[in-house]
Ligand binder design. Sequence first.
Ligand SMILES: Cc1ncc(COP(=O)(O)O)c(C=O)c1O
Length: 367
Amino acid sequence: MARNRLIMAPGPTNIPDEYMEELALEFPHHRTQEFAVLLANLENNLKKIIKLANGEVVIFTSSGSGAMESTVANFFVTGDTVLVIDIGFFGQRYKAMCETFGLHVIHLPYPPGETYQLEDVRAALAAHPEIKAVYVTHHETSTGVLNDLQALGELIKPLDDTLLITDSISGLVIHPFDMDAWGIDAVAGGSQKGFLVPPGLSFVGLSQKALGKIARATTPRFYWDYRQMIELAKKGQTPSTPAINLMKAMLRSSNDLLAQGLESVWQHHYQLRQYLESKMLAMGYTLGVTDEAIRGNVIVPINLQPGMDSLAICRELESEHGIITIYGLGEKMHSMLRIGVIGPLNATDIDQFSDALAKVTKKLYNY
Ligand SMILES: Cc1ncc(COP(=O)(O)O)c(C=O)c1O
């Protein structure tokens, strides 16, 4: 792959040439049979990737936040109570969305770098049997923590009136995900992370339990309305003009992922993450997530040395070395680097990154 920049960020990633090429080729008109086949094939691939045998997938032309918002807009009566597990920036986004839609939010926040405690969720559900949904971020991209969804599913599956809803925008493809076995009712995904295609497509997987709640919803919705999407998808159509060329690219990438085998994709990212961690530790940095058991494989968050500024380091890496990496989010904006390990990357890229970081910190801080 010819590339001008090395992107080591939590998405968008470097994009393989063949997916970029799909964007430039002729694409079917969205009111044709050829499009209906494209839509059905993409839906089927996404179902295989999220492991959803008996449910629906809806595909939106939007960034991932649109898919998240759709999971707030389609199930509730204004004033319904929901529980939001918040382990960072994207958990707070779900809280803000739920509040925007007039839901009563019970907020369960945890410090950056930590995961949720199952006992807290159990206690909240026992104290508030009126909770209609539990929201949780699968992989929290602001901290690098991967939440255990399976344990939450076991807790929530028996509750007929409570949905388990997850944002797995940066979780999917990179980590195991089993919608049916884990009892996930709605999952939001996006095109620009594990799928290695440009931003602009998002999707939601819906269980039968979630589909059964749509009719009761009274919150306003139009673009995000699942009813129209599902009805029209049965006829191979979408309510509005979708990003057809992105759909073609995502079909190709999802075909490749399934052919490669998801297990080998997870393994690859796990190994890259561990390799980068070992390099950063050897350079004297500490890791943002201390507990190995809850580390995801999208980023390696590192704490910089006192006096270093991550924004200055990112600028220098970009301008002098053609490397894009990302600073912290929230209170760790200046003191953390979030180095991505997703995309078509290998150990040589990690060596290149580490060498460049060493040069930059030598130049800026004599470190
Ligand atoms: C965990 C998570 N949730 C939500 C989003 C928002 O997605 P988008 O920027 O595509 O709207 C992101 C993007 O970085 C993310 O990593």
